[in-house]
Design a protein around this ligand. Structure first.
Ligand code: PLP
Length: 311
């Protein structure tokens, strides 16, 4: 008697995804190869974190995602409330307490017979929840990231508006190869006027004489950046949102990298120059502790609806 082979089920615990109306384990999630979201990077996205079973700043992420979609003239069928339900259900299906949760809106393709123009494409939503990811490895958190100022400039804001989250990452990727070739962890990109913008997946703060500053333009208005501004004000640390020159970056006492995927991260070298004894500095430590203490106490938290897994 021959036995019927049984297929090993794909586990939900590795992550759960949603594409255009359907939920699935993340390993099964795929988008069509001809989709303009893939072929033209014609897609926008956002990423929200989940810690200890709660989203951080969920409403703000949804608001920014909707604004990014409007900038790129993308409109999925789901409204904001429906997008939130999708995100809750992805986390719940994967059963994750700490998660990296992404939402994308892809251009799609025009239906057969329609003009070959993005205005006629049918846009759709994709989302997924994965076990928590940090941009910086634990050993880099320990010693501080090594940064270089890249020769590659950030794409001009009149070409691609960095306030709308996008995958036009050719500049950031090229900068990362410069960093790699120079033995550093991350690049920092300047604009055409020599002002600091951002790095691959993070905003920056420079600290000089206890004063913090973060670039006011040419960057994604990061929600971790917003959280650090709020925290600094609460802690009576001077913080300014203004143009930051490359000289300020190169002379800084400390540089902080901030992003959803990792929170607040320290840097200890810039273009080979050592800051704070080659270790994370004191302003970093104060803000890092305050950030995670407040998060543990429920700051900007929305509990995940785990019952939605059963829906
Ligand atoms: N800048 C860029 C280019 C990013 O991709 C990101 C996050 O992915 C950030 C900044 C940080 O934004 P947030 O703190 O909202 O995650």
């Amino acid at each position: 008697m021959t036995e019927t082979p049984t297929e090993t089920p794909i586990p939900w615990s590795a992550g759960a995804a949603y594409i255009d109306g359907r939920f699935m384990p993340v390993a099964e999630a795929a988008i069509p190869i001809t989709d303009w979201g893939y072929r033209r990077s014609d897609v926008t996205y956002d990423v929200v974190g989940v810690r200890d079973g709660a989203f951080f700043r969920l409403d703000d992420h949804i608001r920014r995602f909707r604004a990014s979609m409007e900038t790129f003239r993308l409109k999925p069928p789901e409204d904001d409330a429906a997008i939130m339900r999708v995100l809750h259900r992805c986390v719940a299906l994967a059963g994750l307490r700490d998660a990296y949760v992404a939402m994308d809106c892809l251009r799609g393709r025009p239906p057969a017979g329609a003009p070959y123009h993005p205005a006629h494409a049918r846009n759709y939503l994709a989302a997924f929840a994965l076990p928590w990811i940090s941009l910086v490895r634990p050993d880099v958190m320990e010693r501080g990231a090594h940064l270089v100022v890249a020769e590659t400039l950030r794409i001009p804001t009149r070409s691609v508006d960095p306030r709308a989250k996008n995958f036009h990452w050719a500049d950031l990727t090229r900068g990362q190869f410069e960093a790699h070739d120079r033995g550093a962890d991350f690049c920092v990109l300047l604009d055409e006027d020599g002002h600091v913008t951002e790095g691959p997946g993070f905003n920056l703060f420079v600290v000089a004489d206890g004063h913090l500053a973060t670039p006011d333009a040419g960057v994604l208005e990061g929600l971790t950046r917003q959280s650090v501004i709020e925290l600094a004000r609460e802690m009576n640390l001077a913080v300014a949102v203004r143009p930051v020159t490359v000289a300020e970056l190169r002379d800084a006492d400390e540089i902080l990298l901030v992003t959803t995927a990792g929170g607040i991260m320290p840097a200890s070298r810039i273009d080979g120059r050592i800051m704070s004894n080659d270790r994370p500095g004191p302003v970093f430590r104060r803000l890092y502790d305050a950030f995670w203490d407040k998060r543990a106490a429920g700051w900007h938290a929305t509990p995940v609806d785990y019952a939605s897994a059963e829906a």
